[in-house]
Design a protein around this ligand. Structure first.
Ligand SMILES: [Zn+2]
Length: 165
């Protein structure tokens, strides 16, 4: 486990996300216009203080999507992740997932919460989950302990990145 900083005795993991990725994920959920959800995986570094997102994948041809659901296929995304893993000499890892709610609010549905908890219990490492509805972005951290996903808030911003805790 890679969390070392604590807040009131609680384990804490920070997530650093490039501004460009957040802007891009926002642009993919065209608001007030009925459209299908889309999504992908988040790739990045697992660091001592948290996760640093460096790359995303986008919808692949075997994914299925509707206005209220995005179901990622294993195919496509995992090949991209494996290639990055190799190219980065095993440092860029699968650290989370993102999807859009183009017709709803930027917060997780019951299905989202359940599927994130299940996924993280399988991976057995904390992961970050992003939802965008075109106007707002939700960033949540799911720990493998089975506790409820934790909504993260902005701690710091600079020109290039936004730090969530
Ligand atoms: Zn959702």
């Amino acid at each position: 486990m890679s969390c070392v900083c604590t807040l009131e005795g609680k384990a804490l993991i920070a997530v650093l996300i490039p501004r460009q990725i957040l802007t891009d994920l926002c642009a993919r959920a065209i608001p007030s216009q009925p459209t299908n959800e889309t999504g992908g995986i988040l790739l990045g570094f697992r660091k001592a203080l948290g996760l640093q997102i460096t790359n995303t994948t986008y919808a692949q041809c075997r994914d299925s999507a509707s206005p209220s659901l995005f179901k990622r296929s294993k195919h496509g995304h995992s090949e991209i992740a494996a290639e990055l893993w190799t190219r980065s000499r095993g440092t860029i890892d699968w650290v989370g997932e993102w999807h859009t709610h183009p017709n709803g609010i930027a917060s997780p549905s019951h299905i989202d919460v359940r599927s994130w908890r299940f996924l993280v219990s399988q991976v057995d490492k904390p992961m970050v989950f992003i939802i965008s509805n075109g106007k707002r972005v939700y960033v949540g951290l799911q720990e493998p302990t089975g506790s409820l996903v934790r909504k993260m808030t902005i701690q710091e911003m600079d020109g290039d990145s936004i730090l969530f805790i």
